[in-house]
Design a protein around this ligand. Structure first.
Ligand code: ADP
Length: 475
């Protein structure tokens, strides 16, 4: 753990083991922190808060740029560590490290450009100034699926805004978190500004984060169930919150689109990170007239995705995080098959040979998916592409909107009016138009409804860590 500028063990002396999800091998032990350690970390952050808030935004940006440079220099070792601990193919891990570093640079720049606003008044002898102030100590909880970029997406804006932070990473990927904190340590951040507490049991940490009066803001990325609980608890003490939660993305192919191009996009998108992404498409709506060429291309593409250890050349789909995840995917696929879906590719666990020790599910394509199936409503978080054939173009946006989630949606069309109307009617926070990667450090990322509250990235991502102060000035 990293607390007040020192690397240290848990007060209890306990540790927990980390394993490689592709091979089951042990990667070592990390400190198993609890409420006492998190109390130390919050104390360190609170003690450092005023000085950090008063540090010039230019000096804060310089430290962030140094962290960016170090992360870039270490990108290959970080990518290998990510593949080993989290499982994604090395190419995808390299891409994530670059995306993670982008957040650091973006917010270094954005923090330097933060100004206030001058307003007129109804009174001729009065002027107004609205300026920004850091919210204070930030508590951050991050997931395992993007074990580096989900950290920098919270850390960089908090630090640029002038907030110290305490971060608890997911129990599956503490080594990636440690490597990120090594970057910030080596960049020269003063003691107490960035603090890392690793723990095998997140619940006691969450309790301290949501109750401790020294914590001003909670930022969380993870499941809707946990996010809802933490947001409710943080609401008790009126903490600022950002919660980025689950999704159930529709992927709509309109009849005027090229079905082959759409299928190639869907196949590339769906198996990224073995489907363990909150913006992964979970319902692919394809018009009846295009179902044949779409499914033919998907069948061919999904059939050739190689599943295995992400360090091996040619692997396009890594393991799932654990056996619970494999069982959930299997249950959704079995339920769909029982209710009449066509299993066109895959549909089963991979348990033989090199797959035996890891948590693998075969890349899967389902046709004929209908609303009665669990997979139509529940997030899969696995390598399964469920295809729904629709008939009525007027109705398809309503079908897409028929979910409690509201994170990402995708539209394929060659008609500008259809694209614009769809974007306007879809109730989702992130929309790709003929685009399978509508994300970047420079734009807001986040969802509506059960997908969460707040935005990360872009200018909005910085504002999440700032309070506004209105100042009336009598002349
Ligand atoms: P997932 O299903 O993606 O693992 P979770 O919401 O369980 O999603 O995990 C996301 C993050 O939330 C992880 O860091 C995990 O340790 C943390 N977490 C899970 N349960 C709690 C809890 N009760 N309090 C605080 N953090 C939690």
């Amino acid at each position: 753990m990293y607390i007040d500028g020192n690397w240290r063990d848990a007060r209890s002396g306990r540790t927990f083991e980390v394993t490689n999800p592709a091979t089951g091998e042990s990667l070592g032990e990390v400190p198993d922190g609890d409420a006492a350690d998190v109390d130390d970390a919050i104390g360190a952050a609170a003690a450092a808060a005023d000085e950090w808030a008063e540090t010039s935004p230019f000096a804060r940006a310089d430290l962030l740029m140094e962290a960016w440079r170090i992360m870039r220099d270490r990108s290959e070792e970080l990518a290998e560590l990510m593949t080993t601990e989290q499982g994604k193919p090395l190419r995808a891990a390299r891409f994530e490290v670059s995306y993670a570093a982008d957040f650091i640079r973006w917010f270094a720049e954005e923090g330097r450009r933060l100004g206030g606003e001058w307003f007129p008044s109804a009174r001729p002898d009065q002027r107004f100034l609205a300026l920004h102030a850091p919210v204070g100590v930030v508590a951050a909880i991050t997931p395992w699926n993007y074990p580096i970029s989900m950290l920098t997406r919270k850390m960089a804006p908090a630090l640029a805004a002038g907030c110290p932070l305490v971060l608890k990473p997911a129990e599956a990927t503490p080594l990636n978190a440690r490597a990120v904190f090594e970057v910030f340590h080596d960049a020269g951040f003063p003691p107490g500004i960035v603090n890392l507490v690793t723990a095998s049991d997140p619940a006691p940490i969450g309790e301290v984060f949501t109750n401790d009066p020294r914590v001003a803001k909670l930022t969380f990325t993870g499941s809707t169930a946990v996010g809802r609980k933490l947001a409710a608890a943080a609401g008790g003490s009126l903490k600022r919150i950002s919660v980025e939660l689950g999704g159930h993305a529709p992927f709509i192919v309109f009849p005027d689109a090229d079905p082959v191009r759409a299928a190639k996009g869907a196949a590339a998108l769906k198996f990224l990170n073995a489907g363990q992404a909150c913006i992964s498409p979970n319902r692919l709506y394809v018009h009846r007239d295009q179902a044949e060429p779409f499914l033919e291309t998907m069948t061919e593409r999904v059939g050739r995705v190689v599943c295995g250890n992400g360090l091996d050349e040619g692997v396009g789909c890594g393991p799932l995080v654990n056996d619970v995840a494999v069982a959930k995917v299997e249950a959704q696929v079995d339920d769909a098959a029982d209710k009449g879906a066509d299993v066109l590719v895959g549909g089963h666990r991979l348990v033989e040979g090199d797959h035996a020790a890891g948590h693998f599910f075969a890349p899967t394509l389902l046709g004929g998916v209908t609303p009665e199936m669990i997979i139509y409503r529940e997030e899969t978080f696995g390598p399964v592409a469920p295809v729904i054939t629709y008939e009525d173009v007027e109705e398809v946006i309503d079908l897409a909107n028929d979910t409690n989630y509201g994170l990402a949606a995708y539209v394929y069309t060659n008609d500008l009016a259809t694209a614009i109307r769809s974007v306007e009617r879809l109730r989702f926070g992130i929309i790709g138009v003929n685009d399978v990667n509508p994300t970047s450090a420079s734009v807001p990322f986040g969802g509506m409804a059960d997908s969460g509250i707040g935005r990360e990235g872009g200018r909005e991502g910085l504002l999440e860590y700032l309070e506004t102060k209105t100042t009336g000035i009598a002349l």
